[in-house]
Design a protein. Structure first.
Length: 208
């Protein structure tokens, strides 16, 4: 019987390690955006009438893309990441950020409209009167195929850049890690990450 040996992993929390962890999380968000856009493109090309699924995929893609540029508990990307790219990547990026911020997070732009009207009796009838109330709504549930493809492509380009940043920070973490006494690392090692319990859902992630 072969018993697999657990590989000890010494977690470190110095600045370079925290930055590498944040880049890893950003890369996950970008890959999710890419995969979601590919799935959504497929449904749009097939002419799917599942509006709930289409809107859910589009909303998820925009939210996860925008998260990559959020600041707070983790390091976020800024517009410098677009340096050297051809075309107008910043303009395109801002368009998707605005969609997420004003259409998804807050309903404050023309992509979602709600109006109330009074239903009038037909003009062919003799008596002019109000016969009811109508609520009129319009909302964009998803961009078209080109818009979805563009977001997925933008996420792919950024993912490649973030992966390169990650390699550089891996090197920095390894170099700094070698300055820590080896016995100290073994004493602090643990084999795996422990999943948080449901009681922690309301708390923000803290840095070590």
């Amino acid at each position: 019987m072969c018993i697999e040996e657990e590989i000890p992993i010494a977690t470190v929390s110095f600045e370079e390690a925290q930055r590498l962890a944040d880049l890893g999380a950003i890369l996950q968000d970008l890959k999710f955006t890419m995969a979601t856009c590919l799935r959504l493109e497929k449904f749009l090309k097939e002419g799917s009438d599942d509006s709930l699924l289409i809107e859910s995929l589009w909303t998820s893609a925009l939210i996860r893309y925008a998260r990559c540029f959020a600041t707070g508990k983790r390091f976020g990307l800024d517009e410098k990441v677009f340096d050297g790219l051809e075309g107008e990547p910043i303009k395109t990026h801002k368009f998707y950020i605005d969609l997420r911020s004003k259409h998804i997070a807050h309903s404050v732009n023309p992509f979602e409209q709600m109006e109330v009207g009074l239903i009038l009796a037909s003009k062919t009838q003799k008596k002019k009167e109000i016969i009811g109330v109508a609520t009129l709504s319009m909302r964009q549930i998803s961009s078209n195929e080109d818009g979805v493809h563009q977001l997925g492509l933008l996420a792919k380009v950024l993912a490649d850049k973030v992966a390169e940043y990650g390699k550089e920070y891996e090197r920095k973490v390894l170099e700094k890690g070698k300055t820590i006494p080896i016995d100290e690392l073994y004493s602090a090692s643990r084999p795996r990450i422990t999943a948080p319990g449901p009681d922690l859902a309301s708390l923000a992630r803290t840095k070590k």
